[in-house]
Design a protein around this ligand. Structure first.
Ligand code: B12
Ligand code: SF4
Length: 483
């Protein structure tokens, strides 16, 4: 039995996005790979189309269809697709929906005997998007896929295609993440051994105890035992030595790292083993989970863990609409406390994430957040990461768009992921966040205000800033020309 995983690329993206979308290992897929290897005598391989030489993520699907098909076919051939019975495509984001369809159709046409399984965040939210006349897919697996795939491969009849139309595999029992082997990083390292620019993600929990309105509906929250973390970390270190990789960036993919009861022990482990000198660790955290934990803040400094705080906005109404907090003034105070701590301690910096253009955002609420940052956060130990709100399916915002349309006059692009003509990221942003605040106004404020603020920060990455500014300026002028 053998299974080839495919990670689709993107269409029509630009340098700015390529930098963000391509630098992580496909963690969930590698987890499935090691799990199935442990359960069956199965051989797995993986093609990461995002970074294959033949692929060009900048191509627009509309104008380059034939060329794209040619390059995909070359990639499949050179990776020996003929040798595999099962093909598993990870349609992780909705930006990869169209590439997933194209790859699926191509495989069905050129290699008709293959069984094609699709999973990931987009099929989990919209499985029906993969069901249509002559759909190439055999199975659409929703949500966490380890047990679904295990059951499927156990029962399946390999000799012929059973279904005329795809079969949806609904979520089954929750897997105990402590029973999983470490993700199959070895597969990725051996396949892309020359690559040095990616982040290695490691997770210690799944799901999230919160549900912000802009985030996809989460898996049930559960954490790994500390001993399991050690096992996975030791395995990773052994692999990095084997593949002679140093200066590796390790990101904890946990959605809220400090909600994990083992977080403090993990920091102790890093410090005791001097791992902070070998690797650059980062994670994402809620503000409330550490604001009053002085002891943890000290350990964060020592372990040089870079934390991205999902602050998002300094406007109380927007914070409530986001379901970020029910007590916005306390929340904003906690952010201030953390900033003060970082300002006084020089060992390490943190990152503050901001979301602009959430439904209900007006010029006034936008300014309020920018002013908060300028007043409180200008310091060499703070970085900021402002981004525009993208409306993904399977989020409370997308599902309840009528509420925002009625209350604020917001304007959405429905089913934006099906468009083949544009950069999908641009379509995923609201046309209007509120009645008087269109995407064009937001873009102008966003690029002007944050260019000004980012230039005030002492330590910044100039090349990233230039790429960021180029992307948003070009987009703004495109919108001006449309009118
Ligand atoms: C950690 C994380 C990241 C990490 C990367 C993690 C990694 N290495 O894969 C970073 C920070 C790099 C990242 C980047 C991005 N992310 Co992200 N990310 C997450 C987060 C918080 C958790 C995902 C995770 O690691 N889960 C744990 C792992 C073990 O499981 P998994 O990946 O879900 O895999 C399971 C299933 O998907 C499935 N599966 C996976 N592969 C396959 C293959 C087959 C064949 C099958 C059948 C099933 C299957 O089974 C796996 C195991 O159970 C989710 C939030 C959320 N609500 O879940 C967002 C989330 C997935 N990200 C999202 C987005 C949009 C992005 C970005 C585009 C963000 C951006 N604007 O820059 C980029 C794109 C990167 C890319 N590769 O394309 C969205 C996707 C929404 C959508 N519908 O498109 C989410 C849901 C957040 C949100 N806004 O709601 N992300
Ligand atoms: S945005 Fe972060 S804290 Fe909020 S639900 Fe998503 S993962 Fe959890």
């Amino acid at each position: 039995m053998n299974l080839l995983f495919i990670i689709p690329g993107f269409f029509n993206i630009e340098e700015y996005q390529e930098k963000i979308y391509n630098n992580n290992v496909p963690l969930g897929t590698l987890q499935i790979s090691s799990f199935l290897k442990e359960k069956f005598q199965i051989k797995t391989d993986l093609i990461d189309i995002r970074i294959e030489k033949e692929n060009n993520n900048y191509f627009s699907l509309k104008n380059n269809y034939d060329m794209i098909i040619k390059s995909y076919l070359k990639i499949l051939d050179s990776n020996n697709i003929q040798k595999f019975q099962y093909i598993g495509i990870n349609c992780y984001t909705s930006y990869q929906y169209l590439p997933t369809l194209i790859i699926g159709n191509l495989i069905r046409k050129e290699f008709p005997e293959k069984k094609i399984i699709v999973g990931g965040y987009h099929p989990s939210s919209y499985p029906d998007d993969f069901i249509y006349k002559n759909s190439p897919f055999d199975y659409i697996v929703k949500d966490e896929a380890e047990l679904s795939l295990f059951n499927l491969l156990k029962k399946d009849n390999l000799n012929n295609r059973e279904f005329q139309s795809p079969k949806i595999i609904e979520k089954c029992d929750l897997i105990d993440i402590n029973l999983l082997p470490p993700p199959d990083y070895e597969l990725y390292l051996s396949k892309y051994s020359n690559r040095d620019d990616f982040n290695f993600d490691l997770y210690l929990s799944r799901g999230c105890p919160y549900q912000c309105n802009f985030c996809s509906i989460n898996y049930p929250f559960r954490t790994m035992h500390y001993s399991k973390f050690k096992e996975n970390m030791d395995y990773m270190i052994r692999l990095f030595n084997k593949f002679k990789k140093d200066k590796i960036k390790i990101s904890f993919a946990d959605q809220s790292f400090f909600d994990n009861t083992n977080a403090e022990s993990i920091l102790d482990y890093i410090i005791q083993n001097d791992l902070q000198d070998k690797f650059k660790f980062s994670c994402q955290s809620r503000i409330e989970s550490i604001a009053n934990r002085h002891n943890i803040l000290k350990k964060i400094q020592k372990s040089k863990l870079i934390i991205g705080f999902g602050f998002e906005s300094a406007n109380p109404n927007i914070l409530i609409e986001m379901n970020k907090t029910k007590t916005p003034s306390q929340y904003i105070q906690s952010m201030k406390k953390i900033i003060e701590y970082y300002k006084k301690n020089n060992n390490i910096y943190c990152r503050i994430n901001i979301v602009c253009g959430f439904p209900g955002e007006t010029k006034r609420t936008f300014k309020k957040t920018a002013e908060f940052i300028q007043k409180n956060a200008l310091d060499e130990n703070i970085q900021i990461s402002p981004s525009l709100f993208s409306c993904y399916p399977n989020t409370p915002v997308y599902r309840n768009m009528d509420y925002y349309i009625k209350k604020y006059g917001s304007l959405f692009n429905k089913m934006w992921w099906k468009s083949n003509s544009e950069n999908l990221f641009k379509l995923s942003i609201l046309k209007k966040s509120s009645k008087q605040y269109s995407i064009k106004d937001i873009l102008l404020d966003y690029k002007n205000e944050y260019t000004r603020i980012l230039n005030l920060f002492k330590h910044k990455n100039f090349s990233d800033l230039i790429i960021w500014k180029k992307f948003y300026s070009k987009w703004y002028y495109e919108l001006c020309e449309e009118i």
